[in-house]
Design a protein around this ligand. Structure first.
Ligand SMILES: [Zn+2]
Length: 108
């Protein structure tokens, strides 16, 4: 979270923005981040920064696994990364771990 915010602030500085109005983040279902907790933390870490008072939008990214046997990507059921075609457990998680900045809206 702090890392993403730092990136956002850095970008805002580069653009000579006065304020960050809106910040959108992509949060993977497996990232270990709880959106509600993130919203709470956001208010605290943005205090006295360009992002103070900004609107935080969270896009939740579902877990996507890959099965090398079938060469498909699939969304597993909760906690069991079982391929829907061959039943093998997938060890390759392709999406769902991200905590990243998706977009920013600045005011000049
Ligand atoms: Zn498979």
């Amino acid at each position: 979270m702090e890392q993403a915010l730092e990136l956002a602030l850095e970008y805002a500085h580069q653009q000579n923005a006065q304020k960050i109005l809106r910040l959108k983040m992509r949060i993977g279902a497996m990232s270990g981040v709880v959106p509600e907790a993130l919203e709470f933390a956001f208010d605290i870490v943005t205090r006295d920064t360009l992002a103070e008072g900004a609107i935080l939008e969270i896009e939740e990214v579902p877990v996507v696994c890959y099965c090398p046997n079938c060469n498909i990507e699939f969304q597993p059921a909760y906690l069991f990364y079982e391929c829907p075609q061959c039943g093998e457990l997938s060890s390759e998680v392709r999406k769902g771990k991200e905590i990243e900045l998706a977009s920013l809206e600045l005011s000049e």
